[in-house]
Design a protein around this ligand. Structure first.
Ligand SMILES: Cc1ncc(C[n+]2csc(CCOP(=O)(O)OP(=O)(O)O)c2C)c(N)n1
Ligand code: SF4
Length: 288
């Protein structure tokens, strides 16, 4: 399959130069590579996105897609996977909708360890609605909804997801397309809940391109099976633009553990059962 086969022909409405384009390319390239390597089937891939700038990705990749409510990507992914565990479910969120409106879902998705992949576009702002503060914004940021400045420290999603039990935790950079592609491939192939944070500068409301380029580095000689080491690496950056920041990218943590679907034997046979419902009879019951 050629990557172009995933194009939809829809006009993109992201700001020209938005780093979301880097994520779009990485996701398309990762799907193409995995299909070509016979690791996944294109028809089994289902994308899920909510509401935000990031969510427009559903319009730009020619795969099955479910466009759900703001902050509700994760429960929608959960439902799709439970309905048919053979599907490869890849969900997309923004940092605002994920860690504000949808925070409870993050905690429980990590705990359940369902075999799905969740990719968060982290620009530290509610960008579609013109740059308000999210739970990821830097302390002191004065924006449209916080004129006196944010008082709290940003959430650290890597620490959060690891603490709650995610079995694959990683961070990529939207402008490192080859690196992000590899990360997404690994996340999709991981058996269990895989979390991919993508640092995604918003050129209109939070342009951190230069800062990230100056401070990002790739994890090397890092033992991804060592939880304590992963936690140390996750704590290395506090999501603020300090001069001496060091920002690791790559896979922080990966472990094998029982997935949600495997804990419920009842789930196994039913989705394979060929059903032949008598719709006339069912409709008749509703009429009576
Ligand atoms: C329940 C609910 N709350 C708020 C909104 C308004 N809203 C729509 S998009 C958006 C911003 C999305 O920000 P984020 O998830 O960070 O994605 P980004 O736009 O930055 O990619 C907000 C606040 C909404 N649609 N529904
Ligand atoms: S507002 Fe920011 S995140 Fe949204 S399309 Fe424009 S540059 Fe991208």
């Amino acid at each position: 399959m050629k990557i172009e086969e995933l194009n939809t022909g829809e006009k993109t409405t992201w700001c020209p130069g938005c780093t979301d384009f880097g994520i779009l390319t990485s996701v398309k390239q990762a799907i193409t590579n995995l299909v070509n390597a016979d690791k996944i089937k294109r028809e089994n891939v289902v994308g899920v996105s909510g509401v935000g700038c990031f969510d427009k990705i559903y319009d730009y990749i020619n795969i099955n897609f479910f466009h759900t409510l703001h902050g509700r990507t994760l429960p929608t992914m959960f439902g799709i996977k439970l309905a048919n565990p053979e599907l490869k479910v890849i969900g997309f969120g923004g940092d605002g909708s994920t860690y504000a409106e949808g925070m409870a879902h993050v905690v429980h998705s990590c705990r359940y360890n369902e075999d799905t992949t969740f990719i968060v576009f982290d620009n530290q702002r509610f960008s579609l609605t013109t740059g308000q503060a999210t739970p990821m914004s830097e302390k002191g940021f004065a924006g449209p909804s916080t004129p006196l400045g944010v008082q709290e420290k940003p959430v650290n999603p890597l620490v959060l997801t690891m603490t709650c039990g995610a079995s694959f935790v990683s961070r990529g950079f939207a402008l490192d397309v080859p690196g992000l592609t590899k990360l997404i491939e690994a996340a999709v192939m991981h058996k269990g809940f895989s979390f991919v944070e993508v640092l995604q500068p918003c050129i209109s409301y939070h342009n951190t391109i230069q800062f990230l380029r100056d401070h990002i580095y790739k994890l090397e000689n890092h033992d991804i099976g060592n939880y304590d080491e992963a936690m140390k690496k996750a704590l290395e950056w506090g999501y603020c633009q300090d001069e001496n920041s060091r920002i690791p990218t790559g896979i922080f943590y990966e472990t094998n553990k029982l997935i949600y679907e495997d804990q419920w034997p009842q789930l196994k046979p039913w989705y394979n059962v060929k059903r032949n419902p008598d719709f006339r009879k069912i409709l008749q019951e509703f009429k009576e």
